[in-house]
Ligand binder design. Structure first.
Ligand code: ADE
Ligand code: ZN
Length: 335
């Protein structure tokens, strides 16, 4: 806690939060980017940490993804992924995050010649270390890139067989426009047959129809973002009836111009519609803040009370891929 921190910020910091929508590659801060570039002999197209940060001025999702894929080019070894995740976990601990679900993009590493072992083993080791060092529980979400061939996603999923037992869910991310989720039905069905549930980005930049398609063709149990559901009243009714959790990322949506400002964000409308909303940071190194920043920004923008934040944090804990004992312990702390 800093001396200038408000009582509300301190309270939000101490709230045991669950982060369900986090791209671990999107936690790569410029300082670590330079350190890893040095370690792996990678030349970055920037002179300084400040120059990297200055480039983080995005027009939309694709303009962000260009820098996101370029940035992760410094990640080569298991140790790099371990260091990346540990740096994130240290910040998450400061933010009062109790549980994290790390999404990662194996295909984005495979195309650079980085084998599956590196992200899987590096991230798993970090998850174990975070549990013992900080008491943070975690889950792993193996995501597929929707702007690549669905057959490749299936092939990569099969190649990841040695790690299927530690994959908590499969996901779908990357450029959403013109890349509907239904094309990935096969790989999601294959994962489901192995008992691995699915989540998918939908309704971030893409239309509400993609959210319905993700529910119907991928059978996802959660929707990442989902904010554009409000464009379809029938879909809102379905999401409400089924209480499908939406992993909303407020600061991300502002940075990628999904909404012009946070005060104009559809979050209050989503909650008023009776939807199951959770708060998340998405790619905190690129979007100006982690979980606590997202919570505080929502407090400032919407004037939400402690009960509002407890409600959304309980939603996240209820929707998390975690052991029932852990869930009960966290819900007790939130009661
Ligand atoms: N990959 C990393 N961040 C993403 C986002 N916000 N949307 C889609 N794909 C992503
Ligand atoms: Zn995301």
């Amino acid at each position: 806690m800093t001396t200038s921190e408000t009582a509300m910020t301190t309270w939000l910091r101490e709230l045991p939060k669950a982060e369900l929508h986090l791209h671990i590659e999107g936690t790569l801060e410029p300082e670590l980017m330079f350190a890893l570039a040095d370690r792996n002999d990678v030349t970055l197209p920037y002179d300084s940490v400040e120059a990297v940060r200055a480039a983080y001025d995005f027009e939309d999702l694709p303009s962000f993804l260009n820098l996101y894929y370029q940035g992760m080019g410094v990640l080569h070894t298991q140790a790099d992924f371990f260091d990346l995740a540990m740096a994130y976990f240290a910040r998450a601990r400061e933010d009062g995050v109790a549980h994290v679900e790390l999404s990662f993009d194996p295909q984005a590493h495979l195309v650079r010649g980085v084998p599956l072992e590196a992200p899987f083993e590096g991230l798993l080791a970090a998850c174990r270390e975070a549990e013992s060092r900080y008491g943070i529980s975690s889950a792993l979400i193996m995501s597929f890139l929707r702007d690549r061939d669905p057959a490749e996603a299936l092939e990569v999923f099969e190649r990841a067989a040695p790690w299927h037992s530690v994959v908590d869910a499969v996901g779908l991310d990357s450029a959403e426009r013109d890349h509907p989720p239904g094309r990935f039905a096969k790989v999601f069905a294959r994962a489901r047959a192995l008992g691995i549930p699915g989540v998918a980005h939908a309704g971030e930049e893409g239309p509400a129809t993609y959210i319905r398609e993700a529910l119907e063709t991928l059978d996802v149990c959660r929707v990442d973002h989902g904010v554009r559901c409000l464009e379809d009243a029938d879909l809102v009714a379905t999401l409400r009836e089924r209480q499908i959790p939406l992993t909303v990322c407020p600061l991300s949506n502002v940075k990628l111009k999904v909404t012009p400002t946070l005060t104009e964000h559809p979050l209050p409308a989503l909650r008023e519609a009776g939807l199951n909303v959770t708060l998340n940071s998405d790619d905190p190194a690129y979007f100006g803040g982690g979980m606590l920043d997202n919570y505080v920004a929502c407090h400032d923008a919407f004037g939400w009370t402690r009960d509002d934040f407890i409600d959304m944090t309980c939603n996240a804990v209820q929707a998390a891929f975690m052991a029932e004992e852990r869930r009960e312990a966290l819900l007790e702390r939130l009661a």
